[in-house]
Design a protein around this ligand. Sequence first.
Ligand SMILES: C[S@@+](CC[C@H](N)C(=O)[O-])C[C@H]1O[C@@H](n2cnc3c(N)ncnc32)[C@H](O)[C@@H]1O
Length: 196
Amino acid sequence: MEDNIVNHILCLHKQGQWKEICDSFHNHPDRSKVLWVFPSEENFAFIADSVKELGCDRVLSVGCGSGLLEWMITQATCLPTSGIEVDGAWWRCKYAPPTFIPLLFTAPTLEKDIIRLLHSTTTALLFCYFNNRPAFEEYLKHFTGKVLIIIGPGDGKGVHTDPRPFGDVGEEWTLLKSQEVRSSFDFIAVYRRDQQ
Ligand SMILES: C[S@@+](CC[C@H](N)C(=O)[O-])C[C@H]1O[C@@H](n2cnc3c(N)ncnc32)[C@H](O)[C@@H]1O
């Protein structure tokens, strides 16, 4: 079953069919092996509009996993989207899930190249189903941009992430808007940092 979904998605990825991937697999029981959240076209448009309205021209996703979401954001919105993962050895081993973009790797202590990427005022920083609070805070400490997007489960979903989309960021961040991912109890929350 798991192999089937992976192979099917790989095949659609090769053909550039991001809409088909989202529409076919958003309810699949094994979907989290590849990606936790499969947004709709409306959700992608919401991300694109939010990022562009706030003066950003790219997205940097932390804890991107397979990079499928990041590939689909690029396809759906034309916003260049890159992804960072920890533990390069695991992601290069033969048991790791497939990857859909070239991943950027870091050690748990952020490396210079990654810190350089975080020094950008036109990058929106994305965390999707991230679950590492100390690392989240470390990334935000180095990030000089003003747009933060958190995708994750709302109350009632029964899944834990840290940060959650609501209520988990410091006071310098203002929640500007949010949208539910389909009718999934997952939410996309967009924050702006007030001028420092
Ligand atoms: C629950 S997974 C979510 C993956 C993907 N974003 C998704 O939605 O399917 C969380 C990911 O965060 C990564 N992660 C944990 N600590 C990290 C760190 N310090 N830097 C980058 N990625 C990290 C993990 O390796 C894991 O792949």
